[in-house]
Design a protein around this ligand. Structure first.
Ligand code: TRP
Length: 364
């Protein structure tokens, strides 16, 4: 069986380092590993509209931001198909047919949907489109017969729901759809990178993000203002590494090579953590180290972004070409789905012949 990746992001803002360690970095590695036959990366504008329906302009403006972020981290249109969800009408068509296979109570039990309904104060008036977006996400994944979906932890319930839809479809109609596997980030820090204020998660509305497109100076200012350990007042005080943003970021970003280069008095992160816990290590020192690590990772991303920003029409062309290629693949699956559901009437010569026979007999 072919190994196929599909994943994507809602275009509601610029992507930040939480997206990077949570998914983007891995996508680029997978892309360059040569282990996959096809890779589809989708800008999920239709899904973004399910909770931004009053603000289509926001979605429209952010498509290019996300595309620039994709290209600047190293997603390569020669290896990965970058496309826009709304340009693939087959996804909507599949969503409609899959809706028959999912109950309202099953959607209500989806933990991600539950949390998001609360977050958006939708309790009293949930838009149907929003409520059913897990079905549309199943369409996104299955249209490309994805075997591997690299996403953050919060998307697990979506993949589980997709697998259920696949099993149900295949058992009722025919073995057409493929059950995807999820690929989660490499460690807990990567799963849930906190904002620079130490709050649970990086989020645009909290203003606690480090963006991939931030300048070198912005990144430094943000790192130097990071939340650390409020009980670590004097350098000599023992410190805590759990819940300390700087260490969480180091968990997500640093490797032994960084120590050799920027902080050779420690062999690795564990030694640094031990010293901090014992006391005698100041916040400024660990922040400067983190800044070096982040700048090393972000500098090439920033440089590539600057190049792509010089030719925005070309970026739209990449998305257009990608969308055309993606559509051809989704259309192929759509044909198979219709055949399995036996709603391919006009290409079903046997159906037409049998009906003709039935009515000619009726005349006798
Ligand atoms: N729900 C994802 C997010 O919020 C975006 C998305 C839409 C997606 N369709 C997908 C991710 C299919 C993986 C597979 O970021």
């Amino acid at each position: 069986m072919e190994k196929i990746i599909l994943t994507g992001d809602r275009p509601t803002g610029r992507l930040h380092v939480g997206h990077y360690v949570g998914s983007l970095r891995r996508r680029v590695q997978l892309q360059n590993s040569g282990e996959f036959d096809k890779i589809f990366i989708m800008i999920a504008d239709a899904q973004a509209l399910t909770d931004n329906f009053e603000n289509p302009e926001k979605v429209r403006q952010n498509i290019i931001e996300v595309a620039l972020d994709y290209l600047s981290v190293g997603l390569d249109p020669a290896k990965s198909t970058l496309f826009i969800q709304s340009q693939i009408p087959e996804l909507t068509e599949l969503t409609f047919f899959y809706s028959n296979l999912v109950t309202v109570s099953r959607l209500q039990r989806n933990p991600t949907v539950k949390t998001e309904i609360k977050m958006r104060n939708f309790e009293t008036s949930i838009p149907v489109g929003f409520f059913t977006y897990p079905i549309s996400q199943a369409a996104d994944i299955t249209a490309f017969k994805a075997t591997c979906v690299p996403v953050g932890e919060d998307q697990l319930p979506m993949i589980e729901q997709t697998r259920e839809i696949v099993r149900k479809f295949n058992s009722i109609y025919d073995e057409v759809l493929v059950e995807p596997d999820v690929l989660l980030p490499e460690n807990a820090a990567c799963c849930r990178l906190p904002g620079i204020d130490g709050k649970a998660k990086m989020s645009k509305s909290l203003g606690n993000c480090i963006y991939l497109s931030d300048t070198e100076k912005d990144v430094k200012t943000k790192v130097m203002s990071m939340y650390t350990d409020p009980t670590h007042i004097q350098i000599t005080d023992p410190g805590h590494v759990e819940g300390n943003c700087v260490f969480t970021y180091l968990d997500a970003f640093s490797n032994d090579g960084h120590f050799a280069e920027y902080l050779p008095e420690y062999a690795n992160l564990q030694e640094l953590k031990d010293h901090y816990t014992r006391g005698g290590l100041g916040d400024v020192k660990i922040k400067k180290f983190l800044n070096n690590v982040l700048q090393e990772e972000l500098a090439p991303i920033r440089a590539r972004r600057a190049e792509f920003e010089k030719d925005i029409p070309m970026v739209y062309d990449i998305l257009k070409q990608g969308s055309e290629n993606a559509r051809a693949v989704a259309a192929q699956t759509m044909d198979e789905v219709k055949r399995a559901m036996r709603i391919n009437y006009f290409e079903d010569a046997e159906l037409i012949r049998a009906q003709a026979e039935k009515y000619s007999r009726a005349e006798d």
